[in-house]
Design a protein around this ligand. Structure first.
Ligand code: SAH
Ligand code: SF4
Length: 464
């Protein structure tokens, strides 16, 4: 969601005449997009802001967006006076007002650099000093904050130039979260669930198709909680839930590949698997975060599913003739997690045979219910559980991936590999990274790749 937010902010600013550059060292405005789901993002932000001044020896305008902006608000100005403006998660449509409020009214525009968490390297420093046309130098030294609601006419589209890929695009279908899992900051940083009208989603997919996009990812914290306030766009599409109807509606656009993430286990109904089975272009990959293998822990997490109900859903996915890949998220060291609870998580990982799993050490997030619970699993214990679970998952994953050897997968060639100058890199329909020898002319096409080798987090093969 954060990458998608950055793309939309860049789209908005570019449409208003700003020049978007990735090199923060020569930008007039640096926008820092923050995420505090799992880490002490505030500290990281202050370190970044400090470095911008030290490293470039000057002060570009600094704006902060994302979770930390929403949660910390104007306290950020006191803790880091170099920050000029703060834009909440739903206020990003008004980012240009924020920038304009900080500059003198010269009528000229600045160049803007959007960064996630990386700093430009030392080599980029030489760029400082070369002033592109139109740089605005005078500043009013005012602070600006907007934590307001999303504009009714907010434009969710991303311009071709601002997408992370020419051929793959994110399409948000639901924002916010109503689930309030006890460890999670998202319901506080992103507010309540709001679904986009299906007609708007379809319109976006059709536009993306015209622009040459071959794969769309329908995204949201819980895509299967999709509940639009209007039927528009869903008429004529069957299904037991609005989400499975939306899947069928998007499939009917004829776009080559559709993926979706994340699915909330409680709301993951068999009808979703049926839709995947019915439509060739609904990809064979499901991300179903379980978080823990212990019913006791799941209850304290307020995940609203049990291990038994979760396994039934996994069984349904696994029994599909479409050979659906399954991935998950797991937290180790949640408050009160005993050795026995952890053993149950290990057992579940072995049972489910995940194609991959994101494993996280529990991190207390101020303001969440779990923050009030005693964080009584020591840091050393969290680390040892994390390492053990990673090892178990690696073995499971290796066994699972073996079955691809000799099989042919349809791979969307997305870019030249960063690790080899003869390879092309892309994703299969089951969302595996697949590398294979090939030329640049293949980029943007779907290739049939026969898998010859299993690597730790990817597959290797040859075009057949
Ligand atoms: N909406 C999705 C994912 C939200 S955040 C879901 O419901 O699964 C992505 C992942 O971050 C979560 O699945 C969880 O595994 C992890 N996460 C969230 N809060 C965390 C915390 N406080 N400590 C450690 N991991 C956390
Ligand atoms: Fe967080 Fe739970 Fe919502 Fe996912 S479902 S975003 S983990 S509160």
């Amino acid at each position: 969601m954060n990458v998608s937010d950055s793309e939309r902010v860049a789209t908005k600013l570019a449409s208003e005449g700003y020049e978007i550059i990735r090199d923060a060292s020569s930008a007039d405005v640096v926008l820092i997009n923050t995420c505090s789901v799992r880490e002490k993002a505030e500290q990281k932000l202050f370190t970044q802001v400090g470095r911008i001044r030290q490293k470039y020896g000057r002060e570009p305008v600094i704006g902060v967006m994302g979770c930390v902006a929403q949660l910390e608000g104007d306290t950020l100005f006191q803790r880091a006076p170099s920050i000029d403006f703060v834009i909440g998660t739903k206020a990003i449509g008004r980012v240009s007002e924020a920038i304009e409020s900080v500059f003198d009214d010269t009528g000229r525009k600045a160049s803007v650099s959007e960064r996630a968490s990386t700093m430009p390297d030392d080599a980029n420093r030489s760029a400082w000093g070369t002033l592109p046309n139109g740089r605005v130098s005078a500043r009013r030294f005012e602070k600006y904050i907007d934590l307001g609601e999303r504009d009714i006419d907010y434009d969710w589209a991303v311009a071709e130039r601002q997408r992370h890929s020419k051929y793959v695009a994110f399409v948000p279908i639901i924002e916010g979260c109503n689930k309030f899992c006890t460890y999670c900051i998202v319901p506080f940083s992103r507010g309540r669930e709001r679904s986009l009208p299906a007609a708007e989603i379809i319109r976006q997919v059709l536009t993306l198709m015209r622009e040459g996009v071959r794969e769309v990812h329908l995204i949201g914290q819980n895509v299967n909680s999709y509940r639009p306030t209007t039927e528009a766009g869903l008429e004529g599409f069957a299904g037991t839930t609005p989400f499975s109807r939306l899947l069928r509606a998007v499939a009917a656009t004829g776009i080559e590949r559709i993926k979706f993430t994340t699915s909330f286990p409680r709301d993951f109904k068999p009808d979703i698997v049926e839709a995947i089975e019915e439509h060739e272009n609904l990809c064979n990959w499901v991300h179903l975060p379980v978080q823990s293998g212990s019913d006791r822990v799941l209850k304290v997490m307020r995940r609203l599913h049990t291990i038994d109900s979760y396994k039934k859903k996994v069984d349904r996915v696994r029994s599909s003739p479409k050979d659906i890949a399954l991935t998950t998220d797991i937290i180790v060291g949640f408050p009160g997690e005993t050795e026995e609870d952890f053993r149950q998580t290990v057992e579940l990982v072995e049972y489910c045979g995940y194609d991959s799993a994101y494993i996280f050490k529990y991190s207390p997030r101020p303001g969440t219910p779990a923050y009030e619970m005693k964080d009584n699993v020591s840091a050393a214990e969290k680390t040892s559980r994390f390492i053990e679970l990673e090892r178990v998952q690696r073995d499971v994953q290796n066994r699972r991936l073996q079955r691809y050897i000799g099989k042919t997968l349809k791979v969307l060639a997305e870019r030249e590999s960063t690790k080899s100058n003869i390879d092309i890199s892309g994703h299969s329909t089951c969302h595996k990274v697949v590398n294979f020898p090939g030329g640049r002319d293949m980029i943007g096409t779907v290739q049939q790749v026969r898998i010859t080798e299993i690597k730790s987090n990817s597959l290797y093969g040859e075009v057949c």
